[in-house]
Design a protein around this ligand. Sequence first.
Ligand SMILES: *[C@@H]1O[C@H](CO)[C@@H](O)[C@H](O)[C@H]1NC(C)=O
Ligand SMILES: *[C@@H]1O[C@H](CO)[C@@H](O)[C@H](O)[C@H]1NC(C)=O
Ligand SMILES: *[C@@H]1O[C@H](CO)[C@@H](O)[C@H](O)[C@H]1NC(C)=O
Ligand SMILES: *[C@@H]1O[C@H](CO)[C@@H](O)[C@H](O)[C@H]1NC(C)=O
Length: 409
Amino acid sequence: MKLFGLLVFIGVYCCYADDYYTTDSPPAYYDRRCGEDLGNLWLDVVVVVDNSKGMTNGGLINIAASIASVFSNGTRIGTDPYEPRTTRLGLVTYNAVANTVANLDTYQSLDDVYDGIFSALSQVSNSDESYLVHGLAQAEDILEDGKSNKNRTHYQRVVIVYASTYKGTGSLDPIPVADRLKTAGVTIVTVAYDQDGDGALLADLQLIATPPYNFSNTDQAGNEIGEIQGALLQVNCFCPNGWTQYRASFTDIHSYRYGVCIQPENLKAVWRAAQSSCRVRWNNAYLATEFDGTKHDFILSAIRNQTGFIQPFSYHIGLNLVNGVWVWDQPVGWARPQLQNWYGWLPGYPIQSSTLTVILNSQPSTEVKTGWINIASLNTAANYVCETASCDTDNYCASVTSDTAVQKH
Ligand SMILES: *[C@@H]1O[C@H](CO)[C@@H](O)[C@H](O)[C@H]1NC(C)=O
Ligand SMILES: *[C@@H]1O[C@H](CO)[C@@H](O)[C@H](O)[C@H]1NC(C)=O
Ligand SMILES: *[C@@H]1O[C@H](CO)[C@@H](O)[C@H](O)[C@H]1NC(C)=O
Ligand SMILES: *[C@@H]1O[C@H](CO)[C@@H](O)[C@H](O)[C@H]1NC(C)=O
């Protein structure tokens, strides 16, 4: 009991008596999540709706309600010279042919969206034919035209497809157009209105969608609107050019994204110079954190996949000793989280010393993995890894190229 009391006392003393915390509660000890503020969504979106007879009037009205609901949590529709965090929304219907209901500049408010969508989707067309290829090609044209607004070239682009059937082979096959869009960086979300319920539509749309954004209106969860909103928030969460987004799996580029970007640097610098170099290459950048083993392994995978890094690997990250306590680097003026429950130390480390104050990830000659060793801050030049927040709904990026980086919070 006595020992426990003493430890608690030391713990409290260490955290509040020193300067590690600028607020009363310690900073979060997990990697930043993507912004989830639908009110600040900033995207260019084209919705592509099948209005062939097979959809039925009832199905079409449900789709109108679904689209309107997706953007009803405060998302600003249109453009605004004083507020960059807006979403442009175009609408295409298709059957035997495609028709542009709205290009990206038609709707300038949520009211415009309601008026436009419910009147355009009040009744199915006379056509039994449904060629998704035409709808996708029309969306591609609208997105291309949308590039004429030079203010928005760094906005992520999304196509949302609502389909009841799927037809087309040869020149009417939609897959080549879908692939072209995806290659150009457009994300495709699909929502199956499976009227026959035989599952064939689901399997077909899976080939069109950007994984894992193939949804169905009959999903068990019954949460199609939330699923689409979640997809839009993930797409709106991305990294500036030259940065790699931290995600659930390094090899699966479609896995869950965190609101964190890393940049391994294959030039060499001593720890303090590496820290300064990170700080100037992007607003609020710092030396990388490794709060857990998953992040450590992700950074190592990124390094392995990058040219210019030679084994045995050795690279600086943000852990450093301040007044006898190991803390993680952060942007200037931010609270620095104290090292907690995951320790990447190599055997024999850390060496107790007041001069060996910074961490190097080092690869022992017999090992595949790297681990931490503590070294002197001005002695060892090594590669290093920078980190910064992603661009997302909580963090608007006015640019995605570092020379003109200006960020607004
Ligand atoms: C969006 O708005 C609906 C209806 O007001 C609400 O039920 C839902 O929780 C909101 N979703 C988010 C993510 O805020
Ligand atoms: C681009 O942004 C500038 C500055 O905010 C604004 O004056 C201009 O109207 C915008 N252009 C377009 C096409 O929206
Ligand atoms: C989406 O695709 C995955 C495979 O990538 C599949 O397991 C899942 O069932 C599909 N979901 C729907 C609704 O079709
Ligand atoms: C690995 O690097 C190559 C070449 O830069 C790149 O094309 C590829 O996407 C990277 N792999 C992953 C999983 O990021």
